[in-house]
Design a binder for this molecule. Sequence first.
Ligand SMILES: C[S@@+](CC[C@H](N)C(=O)[O-])C[C@H]1O[C@@H](n2cnc3c(N)ncnc32)[C@H](O)[C@@H]1O
Length: 368
Amino acid sequence: MELFIPCAAGVEASVKRQLHALGYGNCPAFEGRVRVEGDWADVARLNVFLRAGERVLLSVGHFPARTFDELFEGVFALPWEEFLTPHAQILLNGKCRKSALMAVKSSGGVVKKAILKRLREKLGTRTFDEKGERAVVDFSIFEDAVTLSLDTTGEGLHRRGYRVLTYDAPLRETTAAAMIESAYFREGRPFADLFCGSGTIPIEAALIAKNVAPGIERSFDFTRWKCAPDLLPRIREEARAGERPAKSKIYAADISARAVEIARFHAERAGVKDCITFEVADARNFKSAEKGGVLVSNPPYGERLESSDLFGLYRDFGRVFRTLEGWNCAFLSSYGQAERAFGRADRKRALKNAGLDCTLYSYYPSAK
Ligand SMILES: C[S@@+](CC[C@H](N)C(=O)[O-])C[C@H]1O[C@@H](n2cnc3c(N)ncnc32)[C@H](O)[C@@H]1O
């Protein structure tokens, strides 16, 4: 089977590296999607293990189309009856780019009509009550090439389940995981987030340190599909067998006592409270005698959070970082003066966060 893993722009490299580590080789990435070949066990495995990917799509087919008629015929020719029952609740999610067909809503209507016609003919169904399993059909029309997939995941993979409260401007769990990966955090290295907010970054770091699969506790749409074998229990067992106690010392702080309280609560829900030290503290006062650590943070941007002296905060954050021996740093920000204030980055990567154009600034002085 052909599987696609959509991810936020700028995160493809992190997804590819994790796939490589999971044994999937060098998977190609294209237009915000990474392509993997696999079977139903891989569908379950990827949903449970992926840290930075947003979902796992199962490709049903692709074909060229420039008109609604061609779209209808192409969709109708695909074997939907192998995946869907007459009771499936068929929902659509699509995007059209650089194509003759650019109307997402009308294209979605054509896609659904063609699927229902196919099911009517192949399964002999007359009525569709849509009271059964949820099946989100993902269609992408890019440069007149249509790709149709079924979304095996359901709610996005960033919904690990541990985060239920929000403090100002929380980060997506998948973005946090990609940031940590890009800073070369490895189990055993000290780790710190000095602006932890609701705790997303340190919790994701702790899950990595303990080798806890991020999707282990949650459910996925494919488990309710008749066509999918019941492999999730085996994959969960496989994941549990790989869990280990954390050796890394993980430190999380925020200037707000409420944020730290929320972060602690989330860490408890995620089962990682034991390996994170929380503190209410100003990032500007951080010191550590530990060597070779990793600092990953999401400081305030100024757009959504007020800060009287944003430039000064980033400048002091940079100074704090330079006191740490052999540490790497990655921070995400949309603040235009971030690099000028903090110091020149070794690498910059554009990343979207909550609709804002952000940059992930990375510093690797230990590699120099
Ligand atoms: C963008 S939010 C972090 C969101 C977090 N990554 C999450 O997922 O919830 C920035 C955080 O920086 C904190 N903050 C602002 N100034 C600070 C300072 N001087 N020291 C430490 N934390 C500070 C704010 O309280 C806020 O929680």
